[in-house]
Design a protein around this ligand. Sequence first.
Ligand code: F0G
Length: 459
Amino acid sequence: MEIAQTTHSTAAKDHLVRCISCGEATGTLAADFRCLHCGDLLEVDFPKWSEGLAPDPAALKALWRERRTSHQGLDTSGVWRFREMLPALDDWVSLITLREGNTPLYDLPRCARSAGVELLQAKHQGMNPTGSFKDTGMTVATSFARQNKFRWVACASTGNTSASMAAYAARGGMRSVVIIPEGKIAWGKLSQSLDYGAVTCQLRTDFDGCVRVLNDIIRRYPIYLLNSVNPYRLEGQKTAAIELLEQLDWQVPDHVIVPGGNLGNNAALGKAFLEMKRLGLADSAPKISVIQAEGANPLYRTVHEKRGRELVPVQAETLATAIRIGNPASWKKSLRVIEATGGCVEQVSEAEIATAKAEIGADGVGCEPASAVTLAGLKKLVKSGFVQLSESIVLILTGHVLKDPEYTIQFHRGDLSVPRMADEEFRERTAKQRKSPIVLDADADRVLRILETEDKRDG
Ligand code: F0G
């Protein structure tokens, strides 16, 4: 069946959806969320903020604090608690929430020492209901899908978006289609989309190939697209930045460091920081820096080879499968935020990612490989002098440690192979971080001998 590209109307009173390139505001959204005029990405805009109807910052802060003690559905979500910064649904019956957001901010003292900085904190977005930051965006976008009466929702994914989408679609009584690359997807994520009841299609291609196929599908079938080109998703993802500043008593950190894949998340966080500055909720915005894996570094190359003027797509390859993306959709939005906040783009090797992941684990926090690029990147930014030792830094950890246990086990057993380094050398370099399981006879003496050896080693 071939039908015209499906569109739906926003008909919203509180917000506009506007093209990031030609500025055209639209009341009609194309199925692929591209500007009908010039084909670029869209973003949500709140015209009332420019019309002298901006909310009072002190009143907002008090209201949000008060809601933390409320047991009302909307207030218990760490996303919708900040609803004054979000597009409103016309009818709240459409709301789908799993009480997302409300994620912890942790000190990382050992990681701080390893990076050579005084104060290092991590906002752990992996502590969301499905184990990744995607939930904060999904509660908003799936609610709009439901309000627009869609039966089907879909996404192309490296695993976390699909897990999150499948859960929210199930909660909202919608069907979901997951398009993921065959292989190169962490088991935790694949198992989630099956358990939440999605139609899960593993295509013999990579993430970028999955995006191409899905774009074809949505032109031919009435499906609501939930990739991060959907501007409603990024609105929800903004709230991690608001919650972070609230947790810091509205003291703005010097740096926020974010992993970069399809590049929606750093753009969303940046939008939030700039909006908070505009509304007087914060005096300034932190420098937002994006870190990519060396084998999946299109933004890094775009900045260093083309001065940000045109995207340099790459054939992506990294063991951090969440960010194995060569042709990122939101590269322009991302560059705008980096430029507006004075941040930078860095790339890190597979060995650096693996080491950083184990260090975050050793602080009792843990994360999936893609999240660990933040610590690996920070170390490079400290060495280059971009980050000063006394500055305050927040890493955005995007996914839970249990998302990709296979990677973790391979690393600690010494079975992880990284590109451009002999296995032997990698094992030697990471000996301090690795903790291989020890197989012993069932004998207390044997276990105690191990403890004595460990004690001697600790001195
Ligand atoms: N970290 C994790 C754990 C991710 O899953 C992703 C993206 C990113 C970082 C990068 O964020 O794309 O906004 O720059 N995962 C997507 C997915 C692509 O399909 O789950 P981004």
